[in-house]
Design a protein around this ligand. Sequence first.
Ligand code: GCV
Length: 657
Amino acid sequence: MTMKRFFFSAFMLLITGWSVAATDEDGSRLWLRMETANTAAIVTGIKGTAMTELQTYWQGGPVMLKRQKGLAKDGYTIKSQGDKIVIAAANDAGLLYGAYHLLRLQQTGNSSSSLDISEKPFYDLRILNHWDNPNGTCERGFAGKSIFFNPNPEHMKMYARANASVGINGTVLNNVNAKPEALSSENLEKVKTIADQLRPYAIRVYLSINFASPIKIGGLKTADPLDAKVIGWWKDKVNEIYRLIPDFGGFLVKANSEGEPGPQDFGRTHADGANMLAGVLKPHNGIVMWRAFVYAPQSPDRANQAYLEFMPLDGQFADNVIIQIKNGPVDFQPREPYSPLFTAMQKTQMMVEFQLTQEYLGAANHLVYLAPLWQEFFSFVKPASLRAMAGVANIGDDTNWCGHHFAQANWYAFGRAVWNPSLTSEQIANEWLRQTFSNDERMLSSVKQIMLDSREAAVNYMMPLGIHHIFAGVHHYGPEPWYSPKGLRADWTPPYYHRADSIGMGFDRTVNGSANVMQYPYELCRLYNDINTCPETLLTWFHHVPWDHKMKSGRTFWDELCHKYDDGVHQARHFLAAWDAMQPYVDKQRFSEVQRKLRIQARDAEWWRDACLLYFQTFSHRPIPQDVEHPVHNLDEMMQFRIPITMYENPENGYNK
Ligand code: GCV
């Protein structure tokens, strides 16, 4: 070798050793990046899937799959016995989950020779809700078109594997703003095809229904749930569904909410509507998930309404009805208190609805890891008080499934949390990172920290101290605290929520205001009602806070607000810098795609801070403190800036003025 070639090769070694940890990846394999160990024989059925997965990817010694009585449904044990590993479960789904657990151990570098694991799911029903429309769009979808629109078997298989690998066992295929055609015979054939593709992975399908379907596609004059013809129509429809899909899960219903039809249109209650459907599903073991997301335009406080409509019905729902309640009383805000229905209803089965798709958290542009938000919810609501958990999916046909590589973590975390709500956000992040990126400790701790801090950072740069719903109209991306078009219902405009004026800002929900505090248990009511004991993280949620109110830090409320917004900007910039330092440990494609998104996030954080501080300053008339970075954008320019997108797409860029 000539000297010149020697130096060239040494140089190449150096740069390849330094620059790329692995070959480029596009994220399409999600967290299932296992190397193929063998070519597996194709075996059918759920147990067959477990065998195929192990034969294809397991690199250790022999594994035996065994049915064993006495174990919990879907639970399993994994034990080392001599040179083999035995996975035992009471049902085939348990064997499948055991197989994925073993593969997870392999991928996270934890498979040892002395395994003694015993697992069972906390909830029976572990369900994704897709807000997918028949035309292929996804409401609040930021990752492309619906995967169910033209279901490609390979795509469906990967979707099924990903869900089963974390124990998700149900999926609602269509939007809660349901088109009546969801129940047409033609559509049901399509649903059957999807159900057949998901069944080997122990996943049942469900549908959202339009309450007026008997009129719209049945040709009846009414959809009154107590009308015999209407009940007959639903019976026939449900029989048709079960003939095609014998393990069909049931219906999800959004009724009398945001213009959707419901039993109240016929003078009936939510219980009348839900129980009628429950009655026709019952012989088939189907369930009804009836949403409590209701609010009327004329109400003085949107946060009060689900409680007001549903509490009087507590105890009136059939035993196969579950009331599905969003985690907070308004709508998936970066921070909300928990919905008070969860602690108030005592005689009704309830499930929580979390939103994985980041409608209010920077869409597919911001890295916001949601497990800490769910953990916060569970610090108030006992997991055992719920029957199930639902997650509004963030999945589309984008190559990386979720639009942002780190949004995959929210899909993964949802599955893990519904399997075991006591897993910490950190444990889940650690598992996900190891499988999705690598077991390299030099990368793990910094990136895990970004994930763990990301939700609080978003709260800081978007709406700290209890501020809520000050988003841009319609698409909800970016700040528009001033948005208030003439004639629009007040509760669809930010001023309804922030109520900024010359005295201060915030929504008075105390006993002297909307009395929302009274929907909480006595101790919390007392805590929230007093401005001096109310947690500062929820201050303007419950109080109209004077600009000079003294905060725990010793600062005035206005100064604290400025600091919080600025902290958020610095956190977002820090995420970018910390990620940049990860270049040696991450493949080039995913490194640069995430870097690009983090740059948008850092710019957006600045946009949020500047827009909110300059706008609220027009009410506070106080200076921005000297030790806070001062806005670099102009309020009037920001007020004119609109991102021309619908609620079905992700903005390519954030603020780009
Ligand atoms: C599916 C919010 C969202 C809507 C969504 C609704 C709901 O209002 O902006 O897109 O509709 O919640 O959860 O029903």
